[in-house]
Design a protein around this ligand. Structure first.
Ligand code: COA
Length: 383
């Protein structure tokens, strides 16, 4: 690259080496530390996958037992955090609440440890464990309901539904949500993960890094596509309207939410797993309307794009919003839940960054004015 060329948005720039996540966009493959997302979704749990991301290997039985116990013991919220949630301004977003809670958690860790290379994140785990508790509690307080203490016998996904609903979810619903968390746990050098690494590269704390990453995810170009898929479903209304809606949307060059991906040029493998879970949930609940609606929308959209020689496939967000909706989770909690899941990937990247750190310091191509003399205020034109 010459001094006058640059990569807008760092597109295509390799900014670090990483051993955490491999994405083969052309083949539609995703691996966490060499394990395929399909295998992990079928055999692993969010907790075990978090161990894999943080410790670089699958745990032995005693290691998993110890890790799971530590994570489950870290789930419950202190009275101060409960008050923060209760007192959070109604106009504030749950993403801002998560940022505040993560920053607050930092104060409970000794200064020396916060700033050490390992920053004790692997041991405390409360950033990962508590985020879903904060989200469930935020919703309960919104509904004037009481805080529900976590259940140490439930997986991270099942426990979230338990703390949200106040009653134990059916086993398959707990497993499905746990798999949703696992599917969102990691995805390479996206904007929020890169943010986490940039902040970590200054040797700021892991709490500052995660809080900054949550801020990056809050922007609508990163998080929220699944919410917008559900808004599209509402906008279209009935299955019979799909064709005419697509005619108009494509004429107006609108993007169909949940379709296409910057990296995947084949079907996003997470979308395949998510679709299977939506079908299973629809079957169990005896309500296939949302599933069939989305399949119809997908089929019609893809056929039109293929006719134009532009094959476009569903991404993970196309089906995830419907899964969350069928689990009774309100739309404004979709992105916070994404943050709760991604916190384990962020933490893995923070640790990797610190292992072989070099502070990020790119350059900008200066396009401003040439040097000029300072003009005293009385000599400036009044505009
Ligand atoms: C993610 C996204 C920005 C990628 O866009 P991209 O990099 O331009 O994708 P491609 O290069 O594969 O697009 C090829 C063509 O298909 C079009 N296309 C891609 N996704 C589309 C969509 N969802 N709806 C309509 N047209 C789409 C592009 O505009 C492009 O058309 P062009 O050749 O006339 O410029 C885009 O697919 C999108 O906005 N999707 C919807 C939002 C979404 O679901 N985001 C979550 C991603 S995880």
């Amino acid at each position: 690259m010459t001094e006058t060329e640059y990569a807008r948005g760092l597109e295509g720039v390799i900014a670090a080496e990483s051993e955490i996540c491999q994405i083969d966009g052309a083949a539609g493959k995703l691996y966490y530390r060499g394990y395929s997302i399909e295998d992990l979704a079928q055999h692993s749990s969010f907790e075990e996958t978090t161990y894999l991301l943080l410790y670089e290997k699958l745990p032995s039985e005693p290691e998993l037992k110890d890790f799971t116990q530590r994570m489950r013991q870290s789930r419950d919220l202190s009275p101060v955090i409960l008050n923060m949630i209760r007192d959070f301004p109604p106009a504030g977003s749950p993403m801002e609440l998560l940022q505040s809670v993560i920053s607050y958690l930092s104060s409970s860790v000794e200064h020396r440890i916060r700033h050490s290379a390992d920053c004790n994140c692997r041991r405390t785990l409360h950033q990962v464990a508590q985020m879903s508790t904060v989200i469930a509690t935020y919703q309960r307080f919104k509904e004037d309901k009481d805080y529900v203490e976590s259940r140490p016998d439930l997986s991270q996904g099942a426990n979230f539904l338990y703390q949200l609903r106040g009653e134990e979810p059916p086993a398959e619903e707990g497993r499905i949500l746990d798999t949703c968390l696992l599917l969102h746990a990691e995805h390479g050098f996206n904007a929020s993960t890169f943010t986490a690494r940039v902040v970590a590269s200054t040797y700021s704390t892991c709490y500052c890094s995660i809080s900054a990453a949550i801020g990056a995810l809050a922007g609508f170009l990163h998080g929220g596509a699944n919410e917008r898929v559900m808004n599209t479903v509402d906008e279209i209304g009935t299955k019979e309207n799909i064709e005419s809606w697509l005619d108009k949307a494509l004429d107006e060059h609108r993007k169909v939410m949940g379709m296409g991906h910057r990296v995947y040029k084949a079907k996003d493998p997470r979308a395949t797993v998510m679709e299977g879970m939506l079908e299973e949930l629809s079957q169990k609940k005896g309500d296939r309307r949302l599933y069939e609606f989305l399949k119809h929308l997908e089929g019609s959209f893809r056929a039109r794009m293929e006719q134009k020689g532009k094959p476009i496939y569903p991404n993970v967000d196309f089906f995830s919003g419907a899964v969350y909706t069928m689990l009774g989770i309100p739309r404004y909690l979709f992105t916070p839940l994404f943050a709760a899941a991604r916190s384990s990937g962020w933490l893995a990247h923070i640790l990797e960054q610190r292992k072989d750190n070099r502070i990020f310091r790119p350059k900008a191509l200066f396009a401003g004015p040439t040097p000029r003399p300072y003009v005293p205020i009385e000599k400036r034109p009044s505009s």
